[in-house]
Design a protein around this ligand. Structure first.
Ligand SMILES: Cc1cc2nc3c(=O)[nH]c(=O)nc-3n(C[C@H](O)[C@H](O)[C@H](O)COP(=O)(O)OP(=O)(O)OC[C@H]3O[C@@H](n4cnc5c(N)ncnc54)[C@H](O)[C@@H]3O)c2cc1C
Length: 113
């Protein structure tokens, strides 16, 4: 692992550790509220993230950007089957989810900030 020592003074209202979707969304909201934000991640981006990359319509509606360019596939229906026999059927007029590649999605979100 490479350690980089930053020898500089940074004046900012808020420091966010972690540049995944949670960190980038928080930075976006805080910046829009007029706060200065520094976001730090231990990884160099784009970085690998284990994830299926499914974004529900509710998530997409909250995003501060259009994911059209990042979307790989639209799933109209999703059926989850659990070992206890229960099922969850995600099926509505907006579609079940859009699929993205997480490495691309997270990097795109971060560089928009
Ligand atoms: C196999 C799998 C499949 C999944 N599929 C889906 C799916 O289809 N749809 C869905 O919505 N969710 C899915 N998830 C869940 C989804 O990946 C997480 O909910 C989401 O990544 C959480 O985002 P986050 O920003 O909180 O964290 P992360 O995306 O994990 O980001 C955290 C960031 O913090 C950084 N970090 C951690 N520790 C430090 C530190 N000490 N110093 C500096 N930086 C640090 C990391 O490098 C990382 O970049 C899946 C998860 C897994 C494991």
């Amino acid at each position: 692992m490479e350690h980089v020592a930053l020898n500089m003074d940074i004046k900012t209202d808020i420091v966010i550790i972690g540049a995944g979707p949670a960190g980038s969304m928080a930075a976006n909201v805080l910046r829009d509220a007029g706060k200065s934000v520094v976001i730090i991640d231990k990884s160099n981006f784009p970085r690998h993230k284990s994830c299926a990359g499914g974004l529900t319509p509710k998530t997409i509606a909250e995003l501060p950007f259009d994911i059209k360019a990042l979307s790989q596939h639209n799933s109209d229906k999703m059926l989850f089957k659990f070992t206890n026999g229960k099922t969850v059927d995600l099926n509505n007029e907006l579609g079940a989810c859009k699929m993205v590649i997480r490495e691309e999605f997270d990097h795109y979100f971060l560089i928009l900030l």
